[in-house]
Design a protein around this ligand. Structure first.
Ligand code: AN7
Length: 401
């Protein structure tokens, strides 16, 4: 049993309403469960395989979902980076290990399932890349058409490849993500496509399970959860889910929710640092981490609450810091992530060095997307392969042996 509730004025709507904002005040909506009717225990959950669908009582999907077997991603102990930083309890939840290579699959299995449940026959999104790749894959699985709007020239190669290969109608606009999002909202309203950006409250329901899994894997509530922030949906989703666990009595405290942005695209960090009630959009966001090149995060309202109410914080990291941590994760831990994902761990480094993070904290960083999403940024940082003649002598001299 659930309803859609406005996070600002509290107006509520039936779950079958096709709504992305409160029709009374225009603020964001959230799925609100009648937790008294949820008859499940942690033991019930623990008896099921680790997967997003372990938590189905706290998801809005009624029938068989459109699934590609998402969730159940690894939680890695970052031993070497942890040692460098003096953080013995530093972990990374590798969301790049989802079917399409990013956490967006958690949102899309629920979002596309809800599209069918609500009788919608086509889906759409704007995207910095991963959302489009994921939506394309889940729409393919569901057998319905998808339209995706991308900022032309600003989406990593692997993501465009996925969206195209899975058969979405891919439109590149000569403008940035924020403009693409405005355009797709107009399109969905005027032509009845189902909007699956993170303004869609059902999509965030899937994403909240990152926090559930992290707690189950760690066996405890981490002191801090650190997420890269673009449109600010994921940090909001994880926070919302954890509040539900708290209300159900499954956990007894919340982690400090901590958001990391790129220095060239940091409206949430500015709002936190300056104590602003409302966010001031960044006009021309720019960063090597194109996934989070977003100036007007649509979920800012929820994210600011998540950060402030848990005693968390926000920080910005430079492109150099992001890329250095991408290399460290790859070379010291064997974990391949795209630049936006490395931002979360780079942010931890910055915050521990600034004395904001205590060294005895247990910290789960969400690393959101796979290294192969953005091969061009990887290749640019690495020496090219050493090409040699096909003989052993050349091989030995190339290896200085
Ligand atoms: C790897 O695909 O916004 O703060 O359109 O791909 O929930 O937006 C991607 C976002 C972090 C930020 N890491 O998450 C899109 C898109 C990766 C991402 C984020 C994104 P939100």
């Amino acid at each position: 049993m659930y309803r859609l509730v406005c996070v600002s004025c509290g107006a509520d709507y039936a779950p079958d309403a096709i709504l992305y904002r409160c029709s009374r005040c225009g603020h964001l909506l959230a799925v609100d469960y009648d937790l008294d009717t949820i008859a499940v225990s942690r033991a019930d959950w623990n008896a099921r395989p680790l997967s997003l669908w372990r938590y189905r009582e706290l998801l809005p999907v009624a029938g068989a979902p459109v699934t590609l077997q998402e969730g159940g991603t690894p939680l890695y102990h970052l031993t070497r980076i942890g040692e460098d930083l003096g953080l013995p309890r530093l972990y990374a939840k590798h969301e790049g290990m989802n079917p399409s290579g990013s956490f967006k699959d958690r949102g899309m299995t629920v979002g596309v399932s809800m599209a069918l449940q609500l009788g919608m026959t086509s889906v759409a999104c704007a995207s910095t890349g991963n959302t489009s790749a994921s939506l394309a894959a889940y729409a393919a699985k569901a057998g319905i058409p998808a339209v995706v709007l991308l900022p032309a020239g600003k989406v990593a190669l692997g993501k465009v490849a996925q969206a195209l290969m899975h058969g979405a109608k891919v439109i590149a606009i000569r403008g940035n993500f924020d403009r693409a999002l405005e355009m797709v909202q107009d399109l969905c309203e005027s032509h009845g496509l189902y909007l699956l950006n993170s303004i869609n409250p059902y999509r965030l329901e899937g994403q909240k399970t990152i926090g559930f899994e992290a707690i189950d894997q760690l066996g405890d509530v981490p002191d801090r959860m650190v997420l890269p922030v673009g449109n600010a949906g994921n940090i909001s989703a994880v926070h919302k889910g954890l509040i539900e666990l708290l209300r159900l009595g499954f956990i007894d405290r919340l982690p400090m929710m901590t958001g990391i942005q790129a220095a060239g695209s940091r409206p949430v960090v500015d709002a936190i640092e300056q104590g602003l009630a409302e966010l001031v959009p960044a006009r021309d966001p720019e960063t090597v981490a194109t996934a989070i090149r977003i100036g007007a995060p649509v979920n800012a309202e929820k994210a600011l609450t998540a950060i402030r109410s848990t005693g968390g914080t926000a920080a910005a990291v430079t492109d150099e810091e992001i890329l250095a941590m991408q290399r460290d994760l790859a070379r010291k831990e064997g974990i391949g992530v795209e630049p936006a994902s490395a931002a979360s761990v780079a942010g931890v480094k910055k915050l521990v060095e600034a004395g904001v993070i205590d060294r005895d904290e247990s910290i789960v960083c969400v690393v959101t997307g796979h290294l192969l999403k953005d091969p061009e940024t990887v290749i640019r940082q690495c020496e090219p392969p050493i090409e040699i003649d096909a003989d052993v002598q050349s091989l030995l001299s190339a290896l200085s042996l």
